[in-house]
Write a protein that binds this ligand. Structure first.
Ligand SMILES: Nc1ncnc2c1ncn2[C@@H]1O[C@H](COP(=O)(O)OP(=O)(O)OP(=O)(O)O)[C@@H](O)[C@H]1O
Ligand SMILES: [Mg+2]
Length: 246
């Protein structure tokens, strides 16, 4: 039995000039559920999650969160509601350290000689606590992100979502740039998020990963929903057929 959805998308359409990136796409997501979003290059996956998270404005359609229709003007508004998105192009600030990235857009302030200043020490300490809970080891939290591996960067982004107690976490190709041990770590984190009741949207080209961690899959093909299946009721061959059509 499924609980009521935390996120509902109804008939979402998005065009870029003549390109119909999304045509009447609908989906729902419950807490504690991992939903895969699959489809060929250009199918509309990133556009869909960017439209949900406030990067793009939909041309048509309704997004409901916690049972109420919402419009997010920007990703920060979505984050403030509890929807964290880890974008394909990793929306982390390369020049900032781990603490500053976890607190990006929500910096902790202190007063120095009566003037407001960012409290880097406290942000670093709180970020360190969160990463410890996740069993993520990063030796130097004071170094800029640019000096870290893909896996560490991905972990910082996941840590940020957990620190702010996201109810929905959207991950666009979280394992694509990672080595095998780091991919395992990210998949383990997805499982523990699911356990703690977070709803996860997991975009991947890797069907093995999808079959390993997801409960349900939606396949997009040229901007439309080509099919939706329970993972327990489908197989990779059927998903590939839905992806390519015909
Ligand atoms: N900002 C944009 N401006 C114009 N066209 C865009 C923009 N973003 C995406 N598109 C177009 O929308 C379509 C869907 O792109 P999208 O990035 O959503 O695909 P995707 O499924 O994420 O692909 P991939 O698997 O390669 O990441 C493509 O035809 C793409 O060229
Ligand atoms: Mg994409």
């Amino acid at each position: 039995m499924r609980s009521s959805p935390i996120l509902e998308v109804k008939d979402l359409s998005k065009r870029f000039g003549g390109v119909h990136a999304l045509e009447k796409v609908s989906l729902d997501l419950c807490g504690g559920e991992v939903l895969a979003l699959a489809g060929d290059n250009g199918a509309g996956k990133s556009t869909l999650i960017k439209t949900i998270s406030g990067v793009h404005k939909p041309d048509e359609g309704i997004i409901s969160y916690d049972g109420k229709p919402v419009t997010f003007e920007n990703p920060q508004q979505a984050r403030d509601h509890g929807i964290e998105t880890i974008y394909q192009d990793l929306a982390l600030a390369d020049n900032l350290d781990v603490g500053a990235n976890v607190f990006l857009g929500r910096e902790v302030m202190k007063r120095v000689l009566g003037l407001p200043a960012v409290d880097r020490k406290r942000m670093r300490a709180e970020a360190a606590d969160t990463l410890k809970v996740l069993d993520i080891r990063i030796n130097r939290l004071d170094l800029p992100l640019r000096s870290m591996s893909g896996g560490q960067r991905q972990a910082v982004a996941i840590g940020r979502a957990i620190h702010w107690k996201a109810k929905v976490l959207i991950m666009d190709e979280p394992t694509a740039a990672l080595g095998v041990p780091e991919q395992r770590k990210v998949k383990a984190l997805v499982r523990s998020l699911k356990q703690s009741g977070v709803g996860v949207i997991f975009i991947s080209h890797n069907l093995a990963d999808i079959f390993e961690v997801c409960d349900r899959i939606i396949v997009l093909r040229r901007g439309i929903v080509a099919g939706e299946r329970l993972i327990s009721n489908t197989n990779p061959d059927e998903i590939v057929r839905l992806m390519v059509g015909g």
